[in-house]
Design a protein around this ligand. Structure first.
Ligand code: GLY
Ligand code: MN
Ligand code: MN
Length: 407
């Protein structure tokens, strides 16, 4: 098996490249996140070869000499030219060559055999003790950012200032975050992947929805918190979503079909909508008719690890789709939970103008208390997101554990 780390990709008509993101298969072997043009060659029974690209470069800081616990486990060959990798790769026999098409070298074009990738992707869902240790650290790296963001919200900062405070507290810069931070004040919290950071603070700070992670040795965290300004109705909504979120986290148990958790989440959120006088309908009927999906239009969560949305959440070991429940097209996890899996649990309730307009027009529009919706819409929405490790017994909530240690 031969795995490329990838290449630096240049902007069109430009000599600057995009931030480098390594092939996750390469990161699965080694914590080398900033190492384009490197290769791993594994021949069963032999020490794996690492062709390690370390150019003589005075424009950039080249990678340091290989260091870390992993070094003794590899036969390391230093390269100063990307093309020299071919001299260190096995050229006879059958090879699975895994990587992006553009990272190949003569005689070593990636072939990405489907059966190999399907098996690797499926197994990636089960984390090793080493991987769990990295994921715990990624939580601990993110939590100070969330605490700083909350303080920034209370101090009346802009989205851009809150983002800067998050970066400073986590020691991240934008390009090395696992995903673009989502930092939405007030109504902006209703845009699921709100992509801007307004430099102007709003006149009023009613709510902050922050969905922000951190990275350690290639492993990601993905955490969401929502804060209010003391408005009783919005705080009741936050508290209710959090109660249901914690109950769902407690149900991350081996043998549970994640699809059932997702549907159970809809029923729970339906009960919240009813209890808070937002929708007057039976929660089961809200789920059946798609009314809960107006307020909760995304999936309950996804596997996470080397990728924020880790691969193979809804495929089996043969790459076959494990179907989503009808009417739930955005669910990214349809597998049965098993020890070693780490998944996010991220219920939310949002007031999204375009979806609300459709509901208003529908036959169920009359069941909605529009006055309450109008009030809550000024706060955007609520999402609470943790990472949970499925074990043989009680689940381990990686996120809550990190908050408890660091708050
Ligand atoms: N931050 C993206 C997500 O929660 O899936
Ligand atoms: Mn998230
Ligand atoms: Mn997530």
């Amino acid at each position: 098996m031969i795995i490329t780390s990838g290449i630096a990709k240049y902007r069109f008509l430009d000599d600057m490249h995009y931030p480098f993101k390594a092939n996750p298969h390469f990161l699965h072997w080694l914590p080398l996140t900033q190492h384009p043009y490197s290769w791993i060659a594994y021949t069963p029974g032999k020490k794996p070869v690492l062709a390690y690209y370390q150019p003589d470069d005075y424009w950039h800081v080249p990678p340091t000499a290989p260091e870390g616990d992993w070094v003794e486990h590899f036969d390391i060959r230093i390269l100063s030219e990307p093309a020299d990798a071919v001299h260190h790769l096995p050229s006879t026999g059958r090879s699975a060559i895994i990587g992006e098409d553009d990272s190949g070298l003569p005689g070593f074009a990636p072939n990405n055999p489907e059966s190999v990738l399907n098996a690797l992707h499926f197994q990636r869902a089960y984390k090793t003790p080493y991987e769990l240790s990295r994921q715990r650290l990624a939580q601990r790296r993110a939590v100070p950012g969330h605490l700083a963001a909350r303080a920034g919200f209370l101090a009346g900062q802009s989205e851009a200032q809150i983002h800067a405070a998050y970066l400073a507290a986590t020691g991240h810069t934008d390009p090395d975050l696992p995903y673009n931070n989502i930092i939405g004040l007030n109504e902006n919290g209703a845009t699921l992947h709100y992509q801007y950071k307004n430099t102007q603070a709003p006149a009023q700070h009613r709510a902050l929805l922050i969905d922000a992670g951190a990275e350690v040795d290639g492993y990601a965290s993905d955490i969401t918190r929502t804060w209010g300004n003391g408005d009783a109705h919005f705080q009741a909504l936050i508290d209710a979503v959090e109660r249901e979120q914690l109950a769902l986290c407690a149900n991350v148990r081996a043998g549970t079909d994640y699809r059932d958790l997702h549907l159970d989440c809809h029923l729970r959120l339906g009960r919240v909508l009813k209890a808070l006088d937002i929708v007057d309908m039976d929660p089961g009927a809200m789920l059946e008719t798609g009314v809960t999906s107006t307020f909760f239009p995304h999936g309950l969560g996804h596997p996470i690890g080397l990728q924020v949305h880790d691969i193979a959440g809804y495929t089996d070991e043969n790459g076959q789709l494990i179907p989503r429940p009808a009417g739930h097209p955005f669910l990214r996890m349809t597998r049965t939970l098993a020890p070693g899996m780490v998944v996010t649990i991220e219920p939310g309730l949002y007031f999204i103008p375009t979806l609300l307009a459709k509901l208003k027009e529908s036959q169920h529009g009359h069941a909605v208390n529009w006055k309450n919706v109008e009030h809550l819409a000024k706060f955007g929405g609520v999402r609470i997101e943790d990472e949970v490790h499925c074990t043989d017994g009680a689940p381990e909530n990686l996120t809550r554990d990190a908050f408890a240690e660091l708050s």
